[in-house]
Unconditional design. Structure first.
Lengths: 195, 296
């Protein structure tokens, strides 16, 4: 994944047309290629030295709903778009709902699993693998710690929050929260002192 | 010569009398060690240890709970940098109160190290910023939020103006204050263009059950009336390798922290890949606190 990251944003793509357009690789180009490779692997080594981490699982399901197969084992999978009468808490909105519906991520055969486009099944604790099928650049940012939240040690063991810890997968926009109280204005402090 | 009281004897007795009355008058409760305490920068490690032990005893007695004071020095090859993602900040002020709790900041006569200002989406003028917004829910449509705290300048004006060298820059970049050395002149408050310095106009009031017992000499140990204080990047946490309290509380993950000298650190990644700016860069304070935009 690191090499992909470098390839996308690094020095290589900028130089690539230079080699391709020339037809025959000249010696100077070879030197440049070698230089790039050294750069690439040097950087990869420094990235892979990153410290160990473990992930914080997303919000746990209530026992009312999990395991899903308990109810769904007798129900036939219905791929149609409709209002969900049982799962009123699930609103699929503002997330390309015209293109997708439940069974694009949920496995119709095994209801306790999610389904990647490759056909691989993943558990709900690895739901981020579903997300990064489309949100690749955000996943890159998350991997390097510049999107998402981390707690623990800045130079050691740290916890990564998974996508679903902050974003509801069905309505992923960050939900507004209640702010903490504003600071006391100076004029109010003065009034209090006068009393 | 039959003098009953020689001149020499008179002086001896007077001196002894004055000395003993001075010592006796100040003897009960007067702390000679703290009176002669040096500036933290000039202390040897043995002296630091002694001071730290004395302070631990004093604070633990005062608050009725174990309070540890550390004097952990800066790590080598470390310069702390801080990043704030303005694309993600929702203005919820969780950081403000997490900071107050972590750093034993006065509650009554309120002091906040972090100010969160609200600005209209098209506004870039900080004079139009709103400190006192309190809607039911944040973020509001058409606004953005900008937390401001000590920018840990590399060319800090507060350090320049301090007449007693109670303020200095540590080797890991943190601008630190020796609260025992501060004379409360407030020159630093006037010099700081970010309004980061806060002054204890009264004895800080902290409920006893809310004291954070894990403190650092240059950080969150209890302060007294008449000294300045400011954000020190939670020196008691970051020198032990932990994230600052504001980073850990942020529900949007907008706060990034790390070692600027480590090319793989989060802060370096953010600086390399996103649009970044420093607040009031034109003043040449050279902040190590960066604002960036991860989206758009």
């Amino acid at each position: 994944m690191e090499s992909f990251f470098l390839f996308k944003r690094g020095i290589l793509p900028r130089l690539l047309p230079h080699f391709l357009g020339n037809g025959n690789l000249r010696l100077s180009s070879l030197v440049v290629v070698l230089f790039c490779l050294i750069q690439l692997f040097g950087t990869i080594r420094s990235y892979s030295s990153e410290t160990e981490f473990f992930v914080v699982p997303p919000v746990a399901f209530s026992s009312d709903y999990f395991p899903c197969s308990e109810c769904h084992k007798d129900l036939e999978a219905n791929p149609e778009k409709r209002n969900l009468h049982q799962h009123t808490e699930i609103v699929y909105k503002d997330h390309a709902e015209d293109e997708r519906w439940c069974l694009d991520c949920h496995d119709p055969a095994d209801r306790d699993k999610l389904l990647l486009t490759t056909g691989e099944k993943v558990g709900f604790d690895a739901s981020h693998k579903i997300c990064w099928q489309c949100h690749g650049s955000l996943h890159n940012d998350w991997q390097h710690g510049i999107h998402g939240k981390r707690i623990g040690n800045w130079d050691g063991r740290k916890q990564y929050y998974l996508c679903a810890a902050c974003h509801n997968p069905h309505t992923p926009a960050f939900r507004p929260i209640t702010p903490e109280p504003p600071p006391v204005a100076p004029e109010k402090t003065l009034k209090r002192r006068d009393k | 010569m039959n003098q009953p009281f020689s001149r020499r004897k008179f002086l001896k007795l007077t001196g002894a009398g004055l000395g003993s009355s001075f010592l006796g008058g100040c003897g009960n409760g007067f702390d000679w060690e703290s009176f002669f305490q040096k500036n933290f920068q000039e202390m040897t490690s043995a002296e630091k240890n002694r001071v730290v032990q004395r302070l631990e005893k004093k604070y633990s007695g005062h608050y009725g709970m174990p309070v540890s004071v550390s004097a952990t020095p800066a790590r080598e090859n470390t310069v702390f940098g801080y990043g704030l993602d303005l694309s993600l900040c929702v203005g919820c002020r969780r950081c403000v109160y997490a900071c107050v709790k972590e750093n034993n900041i006065s509650r009554d006569v309120q002091i906040h190290y972090i100010r969160v200002v609200k600005m209209a989406e098209s506004e870039r003028n900080l004079e139009k910023a709103d400190h006192y917004y309190s809607p039911a829910k944040v973020p509001e449509h058409g606004s953005y939020y900008m937390p401001i705290q000590c920018q840990q300048c590399d060319n800090p004006p507060c350090v320049k103006v301090c007449p007693v060298k109670a303020l200095w820059q540590e080797s890991d970049g943190i601008v630190a204050i020796d609260y025992d050395w501060c004379i409360g002149c407030r020159d630093c408050m006037a010099a700081c263009p970010y309004r980061a310095m806060k002054f204890n106009w009264r004895t800080p009031h902290i409920p006893k059950n809310e004291i954070n017992g894990e403190t650092h000499f240059l950080g969150n140990r209890p302060r007294v009336r008449g000294v300045v204080e400011k954000c020190h990047l939670c020196i008691q946490r970051v020198r032990e390798g932990r994230y600052p309290a504001c980073v850990e509380i942020c529900p949007a993950g907008a706060r990034k922290f790390g070692n600027l000298l480590d090319p793989a650190s989060e802060i370096r990644m953010a600086l390399n890949h996103f649009r970044t700016f420093k607040l009031k860069e034109e003043l040449n304070t050279q902040p190590k606190f960066f604002y960036f935009f991860s989206l758009g």
